[in-house]
Design a protein. Structure first.
Lengths: 585, 213
């Protein structure tokens, strides 16, 4: 029996139907529409802002999922995905065309603050200017960089060919190591007349901070810039936080990103569809199974593939096991950030180790699983996997979670450091496009597994826990509660998993993906992970964009930490659960 | 109001419990901590206490599906009694039949493209289904296992040998055909279940063929 049929009891999708929405927009703004189809509503550039405002305020599309752009031969296209937190359903696609010469599009930051970093990324990568953006600067590349890497005519310094497989690699029969092909110094492109000595990065400019005078005393104080990172153990990788301080109080935080940037999206566009699966492992390396899952869901949607029942169960089991260990590890890491070095973390990592061993037995690798394929999974579960998983889910993990709860959540120091710290309201959490536990910790009940059920999540009985205060403690508790819900799903999945095929059709390395575009998404432990894929019918994706939850969650960091002390910033960042492999891509 | 144990004591109690547990395994497997039987128990999901091993003195056997750097499989030359002949020069089993046909699927499917193949030619210059040279740059290889997964001839498989450190990388990290060639006996050792499955599949296919004919 094949699945993937739309679940019967999903919330009415008609409310998000592009045609209906297009009609509503048309009556309100008669000349705003260019066209409307199932692929999305194309809006005229001059009307974008008012249409977005109308969508948000009158039609309750209060959540901006994703902003990206596509480089077509004749134009640039900026693509927005918006949805409603309460209504759920598939996101509505909005598009705006921009001219090839000097592309400008109005910025959506006044309507959706979550567009901030995403528009900066589009500007950085594609060179589209956003009119009205408060701080339009490069975000992933360095200040003096020339060119827009994701444009189709951009060639990287080590450019070999437009698409893989690169013909240059094996025809001479001789091996040339990478350094010989790109000698040292030739592997970087500099702008013409670039003078490295005279070049000054804009390190002293700080984003305009708008906060009323926080200093309670009337002393004359001077603001100070403090750089935390990029090499700092509490930033979970190479992340720099440019912090403006008034005394010890935070006035503004600007994350400086891109230290781990490798242009995953360009690599993905050069790569084949199949070749991208192992690369998705390296995005958020804590949750490679979930990354695989979201990506194959996207491509399967395009291909119209149906996945065998057993494979769907295996996918869910793997994804939920990953969620449990990722959340457990985060609880340990947060204690690390608070100064309880390693004891809680090692307790959590011990359990993670057991699951990683099982992943290794099933997929061949502990972290870079590369386990899912289009139409199924790579190989069947090894002997004894289900028994071990049952023991973990039914006996060991509930015990461990209880233990973690007992000695972590009630701790006086923990409560003093986290209660009422890093508060973000429900409205702000939604408006800043945060996702996952950060969003739900503020009380917004939004989980992709329920909002737009993918795979077989509609069959399981589980709740979506939500916080109330929106502070660090609630975000910590979200992890605990969500891990418990994952165990509930796992119990059901392990009970119901059927025997049978694990793959549709024969294994084939030449994947045919029909023309079209898709936004495939899944609920990662960090939030909504989306893959926007445009196919032109060739073996390589034409556009491959990733909505990285960690990256977009960082947009709200500034909002969350204003008014708190420097020491709180570390735990506020810790409660985001950022993984730099995904933030910088 | 009932007496409430302070949170600090609860936390310390849990830590103390852990400390005691770490010694439990020591006493239970006294002197035999690294025996396979003890390891299997300590390392499993049913175990408790310390489950670490003292690498590199003690090593764990990787699971069968573990994948690390591909190798090429050849069938060894057999003597009259059916035993593999050992090549005196190399000390390895002599090559009887090379499975690789130089079709190039592994090189095409490889995401980072670390495989180079040169196809063999007959003296007249016609291509032969064999390879004369086969290189893998193991610094580039990302161990995804696609080559082994999509090889139609079962000629390339993933290895279990993960200790590849070297003092330089320009020569010793480019594996050529001599390094890559490993006997099917070795493959059967590290992948017993896979080989049994392949054999069963083959026999079933042949049986079906015979039935048809």
């Amino acid at each position: 029996m094949a699945v993937n049929a739309p679940p019967a009891e999903t919330k009415p999708l008609s409310a998000n139907d592009p045609q209906t929405i297009a009609e509503q927009i048309k009556t309100k703004f008669p000349d705003a529409l260019e066209s409307a189809s199932a692929q999305g509503i194309v809006i005229k550039r001059d009307h974008l802002l008012e249409v977005a405002r109308h969508l948000r305020e009158s039609l309750t599309f209060d959540y901006l999922n994703n902003v990206t752009s596509v480089d077509f031969p004749d134009r640039f296209e900026v693509v927005y995905h918006v949805s409603s937190i309460d209504r759920g359903g598939a996101p509505l696609t909005l598009k705006v065309n921009a001219a090839r010469e000097n592309p400008v599009v109005p910025s959506l930051v006044p309507v959706y603050r979550g567009a901030d970093f995403q528009e900066r990324e589009v500007y950085d990568m594609m060179g589209i200017r956003f009119d009205g953006h408060p701080y339009l600067r490069r975000i992933l590349m360095w200040d003096g960089f020339e060119g827009y890497p994701l444009r189709k005519d951009y060639h990287e310094p080590y450019f070999e060919d437009e698409k893989k497989p690169f013909g240059t690699r094996w025809d001479q029969g001789h091996h040339v190591i990478a350094e010989d092909r790109n000698p040292w110094h030739d592997n970087v492109q500099y702008p013409a007349n670039f003078d490295a000595v005279a070049f000054k990065a804009q390190i002293d400019t700080v984003r305009e901070q708008t906060l009323p005078d926080v200093s309670p005393t009337r002393l004359k104080t001077e603001k100070m810039i403090l750089n935390i990172g990029p090499q700092h153990p509490s930033t979970h990788g190479v992340l720099r936080l440019k912090t403006t301080l008034d005394g010890e109080t935070i006035v503004g935080v600007e994350p400086v990103l891109g230290y781990l940037h490798r242009n995953h999206e360009k690599i993905g566009e050069r790569n084949t569809y199949l070749g991208n699966i192992p690369f998705t492992d390296r995005l958020d390396y804590f949750t490679s199974m979930n990354n695989n899952h979201a990506y194959v869901i996207g491509v399967e949607k395009l291909m119209g593939l149906r996945v065998p029942e057993r494979a769907e169960y295996i996918r869910v089991i793997m994804a939920e096991l990953t969620r449990v260990i990722s959340h457990m590890a985060l609880m340990g890491f947060m204690y690390n950030d608070l100064g309880a070095f390693y004891t809680p973390l090692i307790y959590a990592l011990e359990e993670r180790e057991l699951v990683l061993d099982m992943f290794e037995a099933a997929s061949g690798s502990r972290m870079m699983c590369n386990y899912m394929r289009f139409g199924g999974v790579a190989r069947d579960l090894p002997d004894g996997f289900l028994d071990k998983a049952k023991h973990l889910v039914e006996e060991r993990f509930p015990r461990v979670l209880d233990e973690l709860e007992t000695y972590l959540t009630g701790n006086e120091i923990f409560l003093a450091r986290t209660k009422g710290v890093g508060v973000i309201s429900r409205e702000d959490a939604i408006n800043y496009s945060t996702a996952g536990p950060v969003l739900r910790g503020s009380g917004a009940k939004y989980d992709v597994r329920r909002a737009e059920p993918y795979s077989i999540y509609d069959r399981f009985d589980f709740d979506i826990p939500v916080g109330t205060a929106g502070d660090v403690r609630d975000r910590f508790l979200m992890r605990l509660w969500e891990a418990r819900q994952s165990l509930r799903i796992l119990k059901q999945a392990l009970k119901d998993i059927p025997a049978g095929e694990i793959m549709t059709g024969k294994k084939n390395y030449q994947i045919r993906v029909p023309k079209g575009e898709v936004y495939g998404r899944g609920e990662n432990p960090k939030g909504e992970l989306g893959f926007y894929i445009v196919s032109d019918g060739t073996p390589n994706p034409y556009r491959y964009h990733i909505r990285a939850p960690s990256f977009i969650n960082l947009t709200a960091l500034d909002r969350m930490s204003k008014g708190y002390k420097v020491a709180d910033l570390i735990i506020i960042l810790g409660s985001h659960d950022v993984v730099m492999g995904e933030v910088d891509r | 109001m009932a007496f409430k144990i302070p949170g600090v004591l609860v936390g310390m109690g849990i830590t103390l419990n852990r400390v005691i547990k770490t010694f439990q395994g020591d006493f239970k497997h006294f002197g035999r901590r690294y025996d396979q039987k003890a390891l299997d128990e300590r390392q499993s999901v049913y175990g408790s206490g310390i489950f670490t091993v003292q690498y590199p003195e003690e090593k764990l056997k990787p699971p069968e599906n573990f994948r690390f750097i591909p190798f090429l499989v050849y069938d060894p030359k057999l003597d009259e009694s059916g035993k593999p002949v050992i090549d005196a020069a190399t000390g390895k089993e002599a090559i009887g039949y090379e499975r690789c046909t130089s079709c190039g699927i592994c090189a095409k499917v490889c995401p980072p493209q670390c495989i180079w193949i040169v196809r063999a030619t007959t003296p007249e210059g016609k291509p032969k289904p064999e390879c004369t040279e086969f290189y893998i740059d193991i610094d580039v290889c990302m161990n995804c296992g696609y080559c082994a997964e999509y090889c139609p001839f079962d000629a390339i498989k993933m290895d279990h040998d993960y200790e590849l450190a070297n003092y330089e990388r320009h020569v010793s990290h480019i594996y050529d055909i001599n390094t890559l060639m490993k006997s099917s006996t070795y493959h059967a050792q590290i992948h017993p279940l896979d080989v049994a499955r392949e054999k069963a599949d083959k026999e079933a296919k042949e049986a079906a063929k015979a039935k048809k004919a």
